[in-house]
Ligand binder design. Structure first.
Ligand code: BTN
Length: 257
């Protein structure tokens, strides 16, 4: 393990870097149990058992950026879902700021470029009653990833930053910028004004809104038109029979209206 730090005027953040981990999410939890730090990052060059949303695995060969941001100082949020949405907006902003890449968001928190997946986010939140005790925001970015090394079904639907730019990018710069932006966005969730701004920014770049969608749920699926995102980050879908407010699910976009 190598330890370094991101520090600027507002931020002092220890980074624990590993060559290989099973999952940065699991390691972040272990380190919290052992070290009791309030704010830190775990970065792995490769993951042997990277985890995705809804119990899926996240293939993590060398070249991608895989990290988990652990934060304890989050205050009282109306919904933990907002953390994922805020992280999604932050990564979209980073892509624009660093590389002039214009991304879109697929609800709840995929970052897409021209319909293909560039980044995935897995937020794990521990709550004490209504209060959030801590969050571990796991982010996987196809940065310098050789997509041909991924299983075919995944590589077909993925894109890497290096393929868009035609050159590799500096992972340390990407990590530092991503952490700064994600933390900034998350800290702004503490006020009603910050939450409204985040939801408004999210909606502006959300490809799912105003699309005809199929949403796969834990049990079954629903089809309809996604027409809004609530203040808590839930997706509102109008089906021929009813209006649904969904807090989780896998979305397929059919067409935009
Ligand atoms: C998804 O799209 O399903 C979410 C993928 C999240 C992957 C990241 S990589 C860093 C962190 N560690 C993990 O095991 N998963 C997240």
């Amino acid at each position: 393990m190598e330890e370094s730090r991101i520090s600027n005027k507002t931020l002092e953040l220890p980074i624990f870097k590993f060559d290989v981990l099973q999952s940065t999410q699991t390691k972040a939890r272990d380190l919290y149990d052992k070290e009791g730090l309030d704010l830190f990052v775990v970065w792995a060059v490769e993951q042997a058992a990277g985890r995705g949303r809804r119990e899926r695995s996240w293939h993590s060969p060398k070249g991608g950026l895989y990290f988990s941001l652990f934060s304890k100082k989050l205050g009282n949020l109306p919904s933990p879902q907002l953390i994922s949405l805020a992280a999604g907006v932050a990564i979209k902003d980073v892509m624009e700021k660093l590389y002039d890449i214009a991304c879109e968001l697929k609800w709840p928190n995929d970052i897409l470029y021209q319909g293909k997946k560039l980044c995935g986010i897995l937020s794990e939140v521990a709550s004490c009653g209504q209060e959030i005790d801590h969050a571990i925001v796991g982010i996987g970015i196809n940065a310098n990833t050789d997509l041909s090394g991924l299983p075919e079904g995944i590589s077909r639907e993925a894109i890497a930053v290096k393929n868009i730019l035609n050159h590799e990018v500096d992972l340390e710069v990407l990590l530092a910028t991503a952490c700064t932006e994600v933390l900034d966005r998350i800290s702004r969730l503490a006020t009603q004004e910050g939450r409204s701004k985040t939801i408004a920014d999210y909606k502006r770049h959300c490809l799912t809104l105003n699309s005809q969608v199929i949403v796969y749920l834990d049990k079954g699926k629903v089809s309809g038109r996604a027409f809004d995102i609530t203040d808590e980050g839930a997706l509102m879908v109008a089906t021929p029979k009813e209006t649904l407010t969904l807090t989780t699910g896998d979305v397929i976009h059919l067409r935009r209206r």
